[in-house]
Design a protein around this ligand. Structure first.
Ligand SMILES: O=P(O)(O)OP(=O)(O)OP(=O)(O)OC[C@H]1O[C@@H](n2cnc3c(O)ncnc32)[C@H](O)[C@@H]1O
Ligand SMILES: [Mg+2]
Length: 188
């Protein structure tokens, strides 16, 4: 029996796969709901809180949601939470070319999990970051912007790593470490 079951509201099967892999030894079991929750414009935190609140209202129960941003230092944090739309319209090559006029290629991946205890409660946020740089695409493009993000100190893009390698250092892993601590505190 799992110590804890949680509903993860996401339309992204790759997120779900990574979250399940990262939490596989933790006693937390993830059920998923693919709901299309409208996302605000705003800071990553405002977007995460609003999305989780809406998800909990629709589900009428506790849930987690997750938002991923890719923040370019030279662009003061943009595309940030709008990376999904930049990727869709510009493609991987375009994500790299956005920085053509800049020497600074530094970027960080930011994962924000939001936990709601149920409708009418304030969602709590758990953030994880991984620092790296934006490069011309390398590796298999199975998940989002993985081929253009080279994590610092690895020499590899996320797309060139095994699932385990990525999950050991990823923004998602780091955010889930914090969420796990919170879930432990709910049990006692
Ligand atoms: O339903 P939700 O959970 O919102 O799923 P989504 O795919 O809409 O996800 P986001 O709104 O958080 O948008 C993030 C974008 O970044 C991509 N992405 C998210 N996590 C990633 C990761 O770890 N590596 C590469 N790309 C990622 C994802 O495919 C989206 O294009
Ligand atoms: Mg989304």
């Amino acid at each position: 029996m799992a110590d804890k079951r949680l509903v993860f509201v996401t339309g992204n099967p790759m997120k779900l796969q990574e979250v399940r892999a990262i939490l596989s030894q933790s006693g937390v079991e993830i059920d998923s709901q693919n709901l299309d929750i409208p996302e605000l414009q705003g800071t990553t935190q405002e977007i995460a809180i609003d999305k989780c609140r809406r998800a909990a209202e629709i589900l009428q129960g506790p849930c987690i949601t997750e938002d991923t941003a890719l923040c370019y230092e030279a662009l003061n944090g943009l595309p940030g939470p709008y990376i999904k739309y930049f990727l869709k319209e510009c493609g991987l090559e375009g994500l790299n070319k956005l920085l053509a006029g800049f020497e600074n290629k530094n970027a960080y991946a930011l994962c924000t999990f939001a936990y709601s205890a149920g409708p009418g409660t304030e969602p709590i946020l758990f953030e994880g970051r991984t620092y790296g740089k934006i490069v011309p695409p390398r590796g298999a493009g199975k998940f989002g912007w993985n081929p253009v993000f080279e994590a610092d100190g690895t020499g590899k893009t996320f797309a060139e790593m095994t699932e385990d390698e990525k999950n050991a250092i990823s923004h998602r892993f780091r955010a889930l470490e914090k969420l796990k601590v919170h879930l432990q505190s709910l049990k006692s």
